[in-house]
Design a protein around this ligand. Structure first.
Ligand code: UDP
Length: 243
């Protein structure tokens, strides 16, 4: 199969159908703009499985995604889209770069969900954009930006509902979107412990509660088991919704 693109965590392949691509999820892990590199055993499978389950659930709730089918534990077929070069971050609780840049205390509950745009550009270190910078850069139209904000907030609301049932707190997460042939905006990329901050509601200790990539970023250990725990709870919740 023809490789189209290889990123830090995934490889994208062409298929016989130009409108369908295959995404292979890798075990490779990177952080701090790829300055820290490593492997998380089984991560490809876990992230692919969690993304597939969540995207199927979101589709049922009316969110349009690029997801088609999970064809192997670490592979899924997706609709071909042109990725909008923005990282759309939604935050419910202060953590990560928000704390570093503003001095807010980690764990502080925000008065309302914060939607932020970062330019997807590794060479520039994915800078945070203001509304005016967004307009000047012209990466998306005003209407498209409004739709991205609305969809990101809706996804946040739905994910919070879903993850609360898994006894997981959704601290923050990153979304990426793409445009299909008809210029329709679809949720793309992945939703997984690589792209979300997830805190275990069964744990109070600030280190023990971490179920996401912060375990890798901060060398907290037990990375694989945390990712697996998220998969177990997500699949259990999906099963309980079906039965
Ligand atoms: N995030 C991501 N990819 C990125 C940057 C951030 O998936 O390139 C996710 C990150 O895992 C977290 C949220 O977006 O859930 C907010 O990240 P933040 O801006 O705090 O950056 P960090 O300090 O994690 O680099």
């Amino acid at each position: 199969m023809q490789k189209l693109y290889e990123g830090k965590a995934k490889i994208l392949y062409q298929t016989d159908d130009p409108e369908i691509l295959l995404t292979h999820f890798k075990d490779d892990a990177t952080a701090f703009n790829a300055q820290k590199k490593g492997q998380i055993e089984g991560k490809g499978s876990v992230n692919c499985t969690i993304t597939a389950a969540i995207y199927k659930w979101l589709e049922n709730k009316g969110i349009k995604t690029h997801f088609i089918d999970q064809i192997a534990s670490n592979q899924m077929t997706v609709k071909a889209v042109k990725i909008i070069p923005l990282e759309v971050v939604v935050r419910n609780i202060a953590a990560g770069s928000l704390c570093k840049q503003t001095g807010l205390e980690e764990g502080w509950e925000l008065p309302y969900p914060l939607v932020e745009f970062y330019l997807k550009n590794d060479a520039l270190g994915d800078p945070l954009l203001t509304q005016e910078r967004l307009e000047i850069l012209n990466v998306a139209t005003k209407e498209q930006i409004e739709e991205l904000i609305k969809t990101a907030k809706k996804v946040n609301q739905l994910l919070q509902e879903f993850l609360t049932a898994c006894q997981i707190t959704l601290v923050d997460f990153k979304l990426e979107f793409g445009l299909d042939k008809a210029q329709k905006i679809l949720l793309a990329d992945e939703i997984s412990p690589d792209t979300c901050r997830l805190w275990d509601q069964k744990e109070n200790d600030p280190e023990s509660r971490v179920l996401d990539k912060d375990r890798f970023r901060k060398d907290l250990g037990k990375v694989e088991s945390a990712y697996k725990e998220v998969q177990t709870r997500v699949l259990k919740q999906i099963a309980s919704l079906i039965s």
